[in-house]
Design a protein around this ligand. Sequence first.
Ligand code: SF4
Length: 63
Amino acid sequence: MKIHVDRELCEGNSVCVALAPALFDLDDDNMAVPLAENPEGEALAEAERAANGCPREAIVLDG
Ligand code: SF4
């Protein structure tokens, strides 16, 4: 399961960073970037919480 952030949708509000600080950070353009490619177990659950919490629905988990 890979984490993707749609940079067209991300507005840099840091919700994902707050929900999953080990998995997301903001880059110099204030866009979220995933810190892990293939989270598993609890990390995957955290990634799902961040995806569900993103108000822009910019986080996609696939694979
Ligand atoms: S929660 Fe969504 S909109 Fe906010 S920084 Fe993360 S990916 Fe971007």
